[in-house]
Structure formats: C-alpha cells, structure tokens
Design a protein around this ligand. Structure first.
Ligand code: SF4
Ligand code: SF4
Length: 96
C-alpha cells in the first residue's frame, strides 16, 4: 500500500444504506411468480419458513397465509418445499 492509498477508516462503509431497504420493491426482478392453490394448501407453514425473502407470512389476525410479491424474487423455493405441491411458479399473464 502506497502512502497515497486510503486507510480503512477513510473508506465509506460498503453495503450500508442511509435508510431502511424495506421501501425498495425488489420483486420487480422476478420472471416467475408463485401461485398458491388454496384447495391443496394445508397451512403447514413450510413455505413461510423457507422463503429466503420473508415474503410469505402467517397472518394470525386473519387466520391465513399472505404472499407479498413486492419482494418475491421468483426463486421457486417455496414451490419446491411445499409438501402438497400447492404452489406453482407461473409467468404473469400479459395484459392485452
Ligand atoms: S408449504 Fe404448501 S401446503 Fe404448506 S402452507 Fe405453504 S402452500 Fe400451504
Ligand atoms: S418464489 Fe422465492 S422469494 Fe418468492 S415467495 Fe417463493 S420462496 Fe419467496
């Protein structure tokens, strides 16, 4: 390191945002979206546990599972882990 290079205390911290990242709707990236078949769903919560983005939530006040596509990346983990194959990854239907 030359004497002109910055030391670690002078370099801006990487990966730090000035505000919460909750407002960034990162779900825009996805190609496929999860669609749940309520007839097949047993509310076992496996998809809630496995979703790496935390977009599948158990809503006790409503007594149901809610999928928030605003942050869903379309990875398909939820569909893969669902024991009853209640979740299918589908392309969004195009508007005519
Ligand atoms: S993993 Fe499948 S059966 Fe279990 S709660 Fe999720 S959608 Fe329903
Ligand atoms: S597709 Fe991936 S990110 Fe989207 S709800 Fe399923 S597990 Fe979560």
């Amino acid at each position: 390191m030359s004497s002109k290079d910055k030391g670690w205390k002078e370099i801006a911290p990487a990966g730090v945002t000035p505000k919460s990242s909750v407002g960034f709707m990162t779900g825009d990236w996805k190609t496929y979206m999860p669609v749940r078949d309520l007839e097949k769903c047993t509310t076992c919560m496996m998809c809630v546990l496995y979703c790496p983005e935390g977009c599948i939530r158990w809503r006790p006040e409503m007594g149901k599972i809610e999928i928030d596509l605003s942050f869903c990346k379309g990875c398909g983990i939820c569909a893969n882990e669902c024991p009853t194959k209640a979740i299918t990854m589908k392309l969004p239907e195009k508007e005519e």
